[in-house]
Design a protein. Structure first.
Length: 337
């Protein structure tokens, strides 16, 4: 299984002559090689009602820039992944990048050619890659967390309505949380901050509960790491990971702490400690992507695919909850009427 990754990587990093040298065997035996040029795909989402009102009919999809900056600040580059494409598009792009982030937002999961349908194609491909020994991480944030659980449940929507909008919370860890990959190597200071301070930004009106997870038979597949209560005392899952595959998700938004500044949103913490925990999560996920060795076949194709090719728009003044967005009109989606 792992042999495939290692052989690919040796070809990438070292010239062919190295294959016969002692270095090859050293690398092969230690398996400590990493990809220090990780590229992560962020799945775009159908344009929000707010953005469509501000820029009527101009754009079909978007990515909030905070997710891009969040990953970039931990040493990754970003490519946008379009929604509404065919299987071969997703096969192709996923074979060239090192991880996927499903962002938050407010898309409906039943949208034809939308966020969830595209996410489903990605999820199936990524599961297959991992099962073939090709380590490929996924991170889900907020709606992206809900999407990951929805896809894991074979497209059963088992979310319940709750009130977790615009509040910052500490995490209530499950007793065995130190067995999770997400936290087992976390510095004690980070754990303390997460346990005691209001540092996780919640912006959701749907929740995943432990009862829900049990109902769709996912408790053997996914580790519940932490819980929180909404303003009415409803207990929801706030972080989760797959037991075997590198899939992670949080109901809260680590990227907002350092990159979203709307004065209307009192639930975004900006303290020094809030920034530290945000950076903990971005460092963790980007480091997972460093364990994957996919690459673009040429530097030109890589350059043409990166998000640097697209302009960023200052959307904060439009009363958007995002300071900056990448707004795309490149790809058509069919809107349900
Ligand atoms: C899939 O979509 C791409 C464009 O994104 C197109 O070039 C390709 O022909 C399509 N493939 C199939 C099998 O429809
Ligand atoms: C899609 O989902 C939304 C929200 O869950 C719902 O209001 C809408 O009726 C659904 N549309 C269709 C076509 O099923
Ligand atoms: C955290 O927020 C809650 C309200 O959501 C508040 O009651 C509590 O005092 C806050 N804790 C700290 C340490 O600021
Ligand atoms: C529940 O999931 C397990 C795997 O985690 C599977 O073996 C079992 O058959 C599933 N049960 C049902 C009722 O689907």
């Amino acid at each position: 299984m792992a042999t495939k990754c290692i052989i690919n990587n040796v070809v990438i990093i070292f010239t062919f002559s190295y294959l016969l040298s002692a270095q090859f065997f050293l690398i092969d035996s230690t398996k400590n090689i990493v990809n220090n040029r990780p590229i992560i795909g962020i799945l775009a989402q159908e344009i929000s009602h707010h953005m469509n009102n501000i820029y009527p009919g101009l754009y079909e999809s978007y990515i909030a820039a905070s997710y891009v900056k969040y990953l970039e600040s931990s040493g990754a580059r970003v490519v946008p992944i379009w929604i509404g494409e065919n299987e071969s598009y997703y096969e192709d792009i996923l074979s060239k990048i090192n991880g996927v982030l499903f962002p938050g937002g407010n898309a409906d999961f039943n949208q034809t050619n939308g966020f969830a349908e595209s996410g489903n194609k990605i999820f199936k491909i990524v599961k297959r890659m991992n099962n073939n020994g090709d380590y490929f991480p996924i991170w889900g944030t907020c709606l992206g967390f809900e999407l990951l659980t929805y896809l894991a449940a074979d497209c059963v929507d088992f979310r319940c309505v709750c009130s977790g909008k615009n509040i910052a919370l500490p995490l209530a860890f499950k007793s065995d949380f130190m067995q999770s990959r997400l936290f087992k190597n976390a510095p004690e200071g980070i754990i303390k901050i997460l346990q005691k301070e209001n540092v996780t930004a919640n912006f959701h009106i749907k929740c995943i509960t432990e009862e829900g997870l049990l109902k769709v038979n996912l408790t053997n597949e996914y580790r519940v790491i932490s819980l929180n209560n909404d303003i009415n005392g409803l207990t929801f899952i706030s972080s989760i990971e797959h037991y075997n595959l590198p899939f992670y998700a949080t109901q809260f938004h680590p990227e907002k702490n350092n990159f979203e500044w709307s004065r209307r949103l009192s639930g975004i913490p900006h303290s020094n400690n809030a920034i530290k925990i945000s950076q903990y999560f971005s460092n963790f996920f980007v480091n997972e992507a460093r364990k994957n060795f996919h690459r673009f076949p040429s530097q030109n194709e890589e350059a043409d695919s990166l998000i640097y090719n697209y302009p960023v728009t200052y959307t904060g003044p439009t009363r958007s909850s995002f300071e900056q967005c990448y707004l795309f009109n490149k790809k058509k989606i069919i809107i349900n009427e």
